[in-house]
Design a binder for this molecule. Sequence first.
Ligand code: HEC
Length: 162
Amino acid sequence: MKQTITLGIALLLCATWAAAAAAPPAPKLPAYRTWQKSERKVVTDKQSLFYGIHYIYADAGAMKGYKAGNRFPEGSRIIVEHFNIKGGDTTVDGPKNMVVLMQKDKRQQATGGWLYAGYTAAGKPSGLDPVKNCYECHLKQAADRDFVFSSIADFTVKGAKP
Ligand code: HEC
């Protein structure tokens, strides 16, 4: 498989994160706090898009999809909430940085049947291009898993009830 996370893509993403690109209107950020939450994920590789701390949230439909081995029903929603690392301390979440959403939507043919949207820390749409800034990377590296990198294993937190 041709899989290379290029630093270029990550840098491009960072550079354009706040810039308004021509994108279809992002839906209002859903109230995701009650959804199933993943384990806490710390990425210390500064070249990674997800450098920092993040949590994945999945709604009921998305949880069904994870359980089915990444085959997601229409309407499934998955969110990543991302925090910076402050002062090199990875044990606490730094300031919130951004939120991203994937929503299974068969009308979004240009992006593999998923709607992609990025939001600021305050939850306002950040106007990213869903193809260039999102889909191209998910397509390159996760096409064989319904474009979703994470799996059910990310939601089995030690000590949590099944
Ligand atoms: C350079 C590659 C890359 C780009 C660009 C990218 N992502 Fe991702 N995305 C990832 C990786 C890797 C993960 C898995 C993170 C994990 O395992 O915790 C991920 C995870 C996600 C998830 C959780 C579901 C999943 O696939 O595991 C959502 C939602 C998401 N990204 C949305 C977006 C949106 C929206 C954009 C554009 C604003 C975007 N991503 C841009 C690489 C990328």
